[in-house]
Ligand binder design. Structure first.
Ligand code: M1P
Length: 250
C-alpha cells in the first residue's frame, strides 16, 4: 500500500458532518472513512463524550480512526490508546462547581417549557452538558424541543443568564446539538485537540457549525487549520472525494 500523505490530517466533526445529529453513521459513510484512511491520516473531534461518539460511529471507533477526540479533545485517543484527559472538576473546584450546578438546576426548575424529562446536567470529564428538557427524552421529544427552542430561544436565553452570572468563572457556553449546551473553561473548545497534532502541518477540518457561536467555529477559524464548512454527511463525502481521492481515480 502506498504511504499516506505525510504531515496531512483530515479531521471531522461528528454531528451534522459524519452523521445526522445524534444519529448512527450510515454504513456507506463508515466505509468511505476507511477508504479515506488509506490515503490520509483521519481523526474525529466531537463535542459529545466517548459513549455517544461510540454509539454513532461504532464500538470500535477508537481503533477505526487514527485519532478520536471526545469532548472537544478533552478526552483524547491515538491509535486506540488514551493519550490525554482533562478534568472540569479540577479546573473549577468543588465549591464553584456546586454553586454553578445549584443555580442551573434552580433555573431549569423555574423554566416553563412544554415537557421535562430527566438528566438535566450530564457531568463529563472535561465539561458539563446542560439540557433544559433533560437528556433522556425520546427522539420525538428531542425533535420537538429543537423546534420549540428555535422559536422561544430557551437555550440562548439561559446561556445569557449563566454567562453573566458566572462571568468570573471564565467559561465558554456552546450550543452544538439539539437539546443541550456544553459548558467548559475558555480555550477548551475544539482547538484543544490541536495540541496533539504537532506533527501535522496541513490540518483539514470539516464541520457544519462553523459560524460564530457554533461549536466548530474556533477550530474552523484557527490559523493551524484549513477549515471546510459542510452542509450534510453527503456533502462531507463529496468534498473529501474532490480533495483527497479524485487523483486516485484517474
Ligand atoms: O456533538 C454536538 C453535541 O451533541 C449533543 O448535543 P444534543 O444532545 O443537544 O443534540 C451533546 O452530546 C453535546 O455535548 C454535543 O456538543
Amino acid at each position: 500500500m502506498a504511504a499516506r500523505i505525510p504531515g496531512l490530517i483530515a479531521l471531522f466533526d461528528v454531528d451534522g458532518t459524519l452523521t445526522a445529529p445524534r444519529k448512527v453513521a450510515t454504513t456507506k459513510m463508515l466505509e468511505f472513512m476507511q477508504e479515506l484512511k488509506k490515503v490520509v491520516t483521519v481523526g474525529v473531534v466531537g463535542g459529545s463524550d466517548l459513549v455517544k461518539i461510540s454509539e454513532q460511529l461504532g464500538n470500535t471507533v477508537i481503533n477505526d480512526y487514527d485519532y478520536v477526540f471526545a469532548e472537544n479533545g478533552l478526552v483524547a485517543y491515538k491509535g486506540g490508546n488514551l493519550i490525554g484527559t482533562q478534568s472540569f472538576k479540577s479546573y473549577l473546584g468543588e465549591d464553584k462547581l456546586k454553586e454553578f450546578i445549584n443555580f442551573t438546576l434552580h433555573y431549569i426548575a423555574d423554566l416553563d417549557i412544554p415537557i421535562k424529562r430527566g438528566t438535566f446536567i450530564e457531568f463529563r470529564s472535561g465539561m458539563l452538558n446542560v439540557s433544559p428538557i433533560g437528556r433522556n427524552c425520546s427522539q420525538e421529544e428531542r425533535d420537538e424541543f429543537e423546534k420549540y427552542d428555535k422559536v422561544h430561544n430557551i437555550r440562548s436565553k439561559m446561556v445569557s443568564v449563566l454567562r453573566e452570572k458566572f462571568a468570573h468563572f471564565n467559561l465558554t457556553f456552546s450550543i452544538g446539538g439539539q437539546i443541550s449546551f456544553d459548558v467548559f473553561p475558555r480555550g477548551w473548545d475544539k482547538t484543544y485537540c490541536l495540541r496533539y497534532l504537532d506533527e501535522f502541518h496541513d490540518i483539514h477540518f470539516f464541520g457544519d457549525k462553523t459560524y460564530k457561536g457554533g461549536n466548530d467555529f474556533e477550530i474552523y477559524e484557527s490559523e493551524r487549520t484549513k477549515g471546510h464548512t459542510v452542509t450534510s454527511p453527503d456533502d462531507t463525502v463529496k468534498l473529501c472525494t474532490d480533495f483527497f481521492l479524485s487523483e486516485q481515480d484517474g
